[in-house]
Design a protein around this ligand. Structure first.
Ligand code: SF4
Length: 311
């Protein structure tokens, strides 16, 4: 019997890569996407846990229970649409939230609290639904964002939009912002002092939106929210908490553009977020207990000299 690699593993890896490209909207495999649009019938999976009802355990829904493709996300692919997609559509509540975010944005526009104001064209406060259940927090504005005043509008922003759509949501249903609201020169990583100075704006935005879950895009955002200096490989893929709000650190879309192989990790992280939004609980194994972090401000400022994830 040969001891060489099983060729089936190779084909499984290719199939997984193509599936991820299709889920994230890759444009170079239309044939694969058409095939994925009509998946073969599969028998329902057995529950993951046989624990009695009173015992805590994984309760995430399996993909076997998802609705048919026509009930899926806005692009007809990806995962099912979370219900409800936003916390409220009540006009008064939304107007109050919008007013709160607008007031913060107006303060940001006048802010000169750190040196980043010197090079900005526009402030980039954030954008999205004022009662979003899902909030994305990135690092800082780039050139496209500085030019438009909107977060995540360049190539990385397009990928983020595809990631949002892949978990059944539309971009208008989430809230997207950054840890600093003015562009760092040359798209460098914000200094820890700059992130600390800008922190009250992000803190207040989260208080207004009150999301059910936050996705921290990249190391600086994750370290800032979780008041930790842990490296990204010890953060991503697990739920932590910021003031009881689950936080899922994952890779920044700009990093994914440079490292497409990391898309599979990011997709796995987003699926956990989707499962939570769809009614699943955070599995105790995911780090919600021993690694919970309660913080109103970064106790341990991020060290910008650490290994640069995006550098
Ligand atoms: S980055 Fe934040 S703290 Fe610094 S000037 Fe801009 S809004 Fe003010």
């Amino acid at each position: 019997m040969s001891g060489g690699p099983d060729p089936r593993d190779f084909f499984h890896q290719i199939a997984e890569h193509l599936r991820l490209e299709a889920e994230f909207g890759g444009d170079w495999i239309p044939v694969v996407r058409r095939r994925l649009a009509s998946p073969p019938e599969q028998p329902a999976r057995q529950p993951r846990s046989s624990s009695p009802p009173s015992a805590p355990g994984p309760t995430f829904r399996s993909r076997a229970s998802e609705p048919p493709p026509e009930a899926r996300g806005p692009r007809g692919k990806g995962l099912s649409r979370p219900d409800p997609p936003v916390r409220t559509t009540d006009p008064e509540a939304c107007a109050a939230g919008r007013a709160g975010l607008d007031a913060i944005a107006a303060e940001i526009m006048r802010c000169k609290a750190c040196a980043l104001h010197e090079g900005r064209t526009n402030t980039v406060p954030g954008h999205g639904h004022p009662a979003a259940r899902l909030c994305f927090v990135g690092e800082g504005p780039g050139a496209d964002e500085d030019a438009t005043g909107l977060p995540f509008v360049g190539r990385a922003g397009k990928l983020l939009t595809r990631m949002i759509e892949a978990i059944g949501l539309e971009r208008s249903e989430v809230f997207i912002c950054n840890t600093v609201k003015c562009r760092p020169p040359g798209n460098r990583t914000p200094e820890s002092s700059e992130m600390r100075t800008c922190w009250p704006f992000l803190e207040r935005q989260i208080e207004v939106v009150r999301p059910d879950v936050i996705v921290a895009l990249g190391r600086p955002a994750a370290q800032m929210l979780l008041a930790t200096d842990r490296p990204m490989n010890r953060l991503r893929g697990r739920f932590f908490r910021f003031r009881r709000i689950p936080v899922m650190p994952t890779y920044h879309p700009a990093y994914l553009l440079r490292n497409p192989a990391a898309k599979s990790d990011s997709w796995a992280d987003l699926k956990k977020v989707h499962e939570f939004l769809a009614g699943g609980r955070i599995d105790e194994e995911e780090g919600s207990a021993g690694d919970a972090v309660e913080s109103s401000a970064p106790a341990s400022p991020p060290d910008s000299s650490q290994g640069k994830l995006f550098g």
